[in-house]
Every structure is written in C-alpha cells, then in structure tokens.
Ligand binder design. Structure first.
Ligand SMILES: [Zn+2]
Length: 600
C-alpha cells in the first residue's frame, strides 16, 4: 500500500512565499532575516490552522540556511536545509506545552538551550500552545527568555494571547496571524486538487473553505475527507451531503416563495429541511446570511464581502434585483430576532414558521409588528383614550353604576355612597392644573402636538360651543321645584345637546349624581380630581342656563366640588353592576324568577 500523507502535511508550505494568506507577516520576517535583525524571542498568535507552526519552522530553516537566496528564502540544498527538510535537524526543538507544561519540562528545555548548534548558527525552540504552561513553569522560563544565549531563538505560539503574562509578552516580538480568507483557502485547495489530479467545482471548494472557518489545516483535512468520498471528482452536491451543509438552493427557493407570497411552499420547504435532520436555528442563521448576501450584492463595492463562488454571486445579484431594500433589512431583522429568541422558545418550529410568515408578509410590503418597520407609535392624550375606549369604567368612578335610577327615597340626600376608592385608580391620571392644556384635552389635543390642522379647527368650534351660553327666557319657562329626580333627567337631556366631540363630557352628564344643597336652588356635582373639576367648571355656565330654563328658575346655580376620598365610589365589575341592578329594581328579580335565569 502506498504511503498516504494527508494533504495538510503533504502540502505544508516549505518557504515563506508559499505560505497562504499571511503575506504582510511573512514579508516582515523575511526582511528581518535579510537584514540580520533577529529578536531572541517571537510570539506568534492567531487561530488554529493559520500557519503559526509552519512559519516558525520556515523561519528556523531560513536563519540556519548556509546559502540563503537573494529573496531571503532558504536554499533547500545546503546541509542544514536538507536536515530540516528530512526532519533530522538538531537545530530545531519543538515543545508542545499543552502536554508538557511542568517545571521539569521547561528545565529540560533550558538544558538544551545552553548547548550551541553543531551545524548552522541558531537553535530555534518552538513552544506550541505556550499559554498552557503552568505558572511555575512560566517563572522558571522567564530568566532564560529574557537573556538567552546568542545562538538561541524562541518562538512561542498561542491561540490565546490574552492568557499570557505581561512579563512574557514584553519579552517577545509579537506577530498576529489572521484568519484566512475564504478566497485564499479556495485558491490553495484548487491548487492542491490540481496537483492531486482531482477535479473540483468552485462552489464545492467554497463550502469546504467556509466550513474550515479560516483555518487552512482544517480546510485541507475536510478536503481529504470529501475527496475520498467523491472519488476524485468533488461536486457541490456530494460535498454538501458529506459535510451536512444546508444547500444554498433552499435559501434561494425560500426567498422566491416569500416574494411570490407562497407561504404554503415556504412551510413545506422548511419541513423538508427539518426532515433532512437540520436544526431550525441552523436554517434561520443560514437564511440571515442569505439576506445579508443579497444586501451586499446590491452594491458593486460590497459584492466582494460575499464569500461565495462567482456563479453563486451572480445568483445573489439576480435575486437581490427582485427585492426591495426595505424587505431585505426587515427580513434580516426578523431572522436575527428569531435567532435570539430561539434558545428560549418552547415551540421552536413555530417560531421559525412564524418568522417565515412575517418575512413573506414583509415581502408583500406589509409592515409586520415587531419587525422594526411598524409606524412610530404616537402617544395619545390620556383623556381622549378614556373618552374613546370606555368612559364609564376606566377612571370615572361616579359613572360606574348603572344609570342611576330615579330613586324616590333620596330626594335631597347625598346620592353618592361612601365607599373608599383605591387611590391608584385616579392616581395615574396626570393632572395638568392650568386651563390651557385642559381645554385642549377636552377636544382631543395631543400632548405631542400631533394633531392636524383639521383637529385644531374642530377644537376651536368646540370651544365656541362651550362658551356660547343661551340667555334665560322667562316667557318659555314653567317653574318647577328643583329635585334630584328631575334634575338627573334634565342633566341627561343636557348631555344629548353636546356634540360628538364631547362624548366624554356627555357620558359624565348622563351618569351624574347631583346633590341639591340646602338653599334648594343650588345643586352640587362631585369631581374626583382637580382635572375633572375644572372640566366641569368649563361647562357650568351652559349647564346652569339649561337647568334654569327647564326648571323655570333663573336663580338655580351649579357648583362643582372636589370629592373627598371617602366619597368616591368603587369601580364596579360587571357582576357587581348586575347585583346593583337587582337591588334597585324589584322587577328584575321577578323576571329572574319567572324565567329561571342565572345571574352571571
Ligand atoms: Zn540552505
């Protein structure tokens, strides 16, 4: 059987020029060697598989080469180079600190440091994963690292620079290795494939490069795996099968379905993806990346940020032409939100499906709540809300009871039952005390000044309505004694005269429970807070004129008093309201008995 060497070793670069994706760094090292300006300690940092150890080895070989060429590279022909290439050089010592991290290991290394090289000028000590050394080993090492013999050069390599002590960092020249670009990896893989006589599709190599996540060693390992599975012909389809990568075809399909509003097909496609064993989060992340690529492909300057083969880039570009930028933004946000809440979700499938539906809706130009595209919420004035929603049950405790029955027994007595009312029920009403905002509130003037001119005109009209007080006409009057029953009815009639803009006030007058004071010509209305009090006060002249006319008595006065806490009524539930009704009307009780009704 032929001696098989994995590609990562077989195609390990042997010179600085062949190191992939670290050009600036290798040029710097080469220049340092050419100019003879060598430091005694180097620190190579960066993710795994980006060429740290490879560079360290090339460096060791080059500085020991007896005939370096003009380019600053090793000759690969001298005795030293041959020894290096055959891995029998005594001038290079590698210590894997991950497994040899004790003081004893370091002591042995220090022993070696003292012995000068037999061939060549330098002994190079490479310590891999140097952050794994124990603290004691570090301390034992510090002295040697600071003042090594002139023939010794240390190259420390680590994936985690932040774990190193500052005392180590300050003694080294630091080189940061970058993650490799996908295109660099693809180019290298293509060259390896060519050398191995393997045919490959660029899209397949792209998938491998992306899976390797910036590490060449990983990329080459995956390449070997795929190559052996595909048997000399690496296709996109077989690559994604081997690597369990979700086909980008699905994303193109899903976006097309969304654009065509084919939600059913979206759901079926997602089901197909799940049935192939892919995770929902994996899918949604892929979809986010897809939208991101669509966005990037819209601009010639950002096209290069797409890590994909040229033909796939073309497809991104084509699909992006069909999408509104707003749709892409929103879809990205929706997918991102889905990803964020995925872990917490109890029903993850539903979450993804919901997101897909929302994306499809966005594609149709609809604003989706929570998508970040919904219209800005405008703060509505609180009184307007009360008036519109349910004037009788939210804040106004007095009006909570069913229409006050003209109760014959309480003529002149305070009609308000003294039930303590929770302070908080009115506590949340912000109460402006000056009259200007109040007048505005009456007609729905927003505190944000967000009303249209039309609204403002209506407001003016309403204002005039309030201020216009009819004169008392004695000829049309029939004098009646002021009493609670009639007064309540008259106030209801007054409520009917109010315009549509004044629904809130109309509702109040409709449900008001006035009290006639001792004089017999003055009636009192309770207001539960200063705001409502001044609202009533606005209407006093008009109400007074109305009541004077209907009772034929120009001396009738209306006063508004701020109620004591104890006078305020409890807000009743529907059930309690019903109970109150039963209490007030015997007929209802009879009805209930006659028909066998249940009270609920
Ligand atoms: Zn040489």
């Amino acid at each position: 059987m032929e001696n098989y060497i994995v590609s990562a070793r077989k195609y390990r670069p042997a010179s600085f020029d062949t190191v992939v994706g670290q050009t600036s760094l290798t040029v710097t090292l080469k220049n340092a060697i050419k100019n003879g300006k060598l430091a005694h300690a180097y620190l190579f940092c960066g993710p795994r598989g980006v060429g740290k150890t490879t560079c360290a080895r090339i460096f060791a070989k080059t500085i020991n080469c007896l005939n370096p060429n003009e380019n600053g590279e090793a000759c690969n022909e001298c005795e030293s180079c041959k020894a290096f290439n055959e891995q029998r050089s005594y001038n290079i010592h590698e210590l894997d600190a991950a497994s040899n991290n004790s003081v004893e290991d370091i002591r042995q290394l220090i022993e070696q440091v003292r012995i000068p090289p037999q061939i060549g000028k330098y002994k190079v000590f490479i310590i891999d994963e140097v952050h794994m050394l124990s603290t004691a080993a570090f301390n034992a090492f510090l002295k040697t690292l600071e003042e090594p013999p002139h023939h010794a050069i240390f190259i420390l390599a680590t994936t985690e620079k932040h774990k190193l002590l500052p005392t180590i960092l300050s003694r080294c020249q630091i080189y940061d290795f970058n993650r490799m670009k996908v295109e660099d990896i693809v180019a290298h893989l293509a060259s390896v494939a060519a050398k191995e006589g393997i045919t490959s599709e660029p899209a397949a190599l792209n998938v491998i490069a992306q899976k390797a996540d910036g590490g060449m060693r990983d990329a080459l390992s995956i390449f070997d795996q795929v190559a052996s599975f595909c048997g000399g012909n690496i296709t996109y389809q077989r690559t994604i099968e081997t690597l369990n990568v979700l086909d980008h075809e699905y994303y193109f399909k899903i976006v097309d379905f969304c654009l065509e509003n084919k939600i059913t097909e979206c759901m079926l496609t997602f089901n197909e993806i799940l049935s192939k064993g892919f995770d929902g989060q994996h899918f949604i992340n892929g979809l986010s990346s897809h939208f991101r690529n669509l966005l990037m492909s819209r601009d010639a300057q950002t096209v290069k940020l797409i890590e994909a083969s040229d033909d796939v880039r073309e497809r991104y570009h084509a699909q992006a032409q069909k999408c509104e930028p707003k749709f892409i933004f929103t879809a990205m946000k929706l997918c991102n939100d889905c990803d964020l809440s995925y872990k917490q979700s109890q029903n993850r499938r539903l979450l993804v499906e919901l997101t897909l539906i929302q994306v499809a809706q966005t594609a149709q130009g609809e604003d989706v709540p929570g998508s970040g595209r919904s219209p800005r919420k405008i703060l509505r004035p609180i009184f307007r809300q009360i008036a519109q929603s349910n004037p009788a049950s939210v804040v106004v405790p007095n009006t909570q009871t069913p229409s006050p029955a003209p109760s014959p027994n309480v003529a002149g007595a305070p009609a308000v039952t003294a039930v303590p009312k929770p302070q908080t029920a009115t506590g949340h009403v912000m109460a402006p005390t000056n009259s200007q905002p109040l007048r505005r509130n009456l007609t729905g003037f927003s505190i944000l000044n967000a009303v249209s001119d039309k609204k403002r005109q209506e407001e003016e009209v309403a204002k005039q309505k309030i201020e216009k007080v009819p004169q008392y006409d004695s000829s049309a009057a029939t004098t009646r004694q002021l009493n609670v029953k009639d007064l309540t009815i008259e106030l209801k009639r007054f409520a009917l005269t109010l315009s549509q803009d004044e629904t809130a006030m109309a509702s109040r007058f409709n449900n008001i429970e006035p009290t006639i004071l001792e004089s017999g010509e003055t009636f009192e209305v309770l207001a539960e807070n200063p705001v409502i009090q001044s609202m009533y006060n606005k209407y006093v002249p008009k109400v007074q004129a109305f009541i004077q006319q209907s009772f034929g008595n120009p001396n009738i006065r209306m006063v508004v008093r701020l109620s004591e806490v104890t006078e305020r009524k409890k807000v009743l539930s529907k059930f309690e309201q019903l109970q109150q009704l039963y209490k007030d009307y015997d007929a209802l009780v009879k009805l209930q008995k006659a028909f066998g009704l249940e009270m609920n």
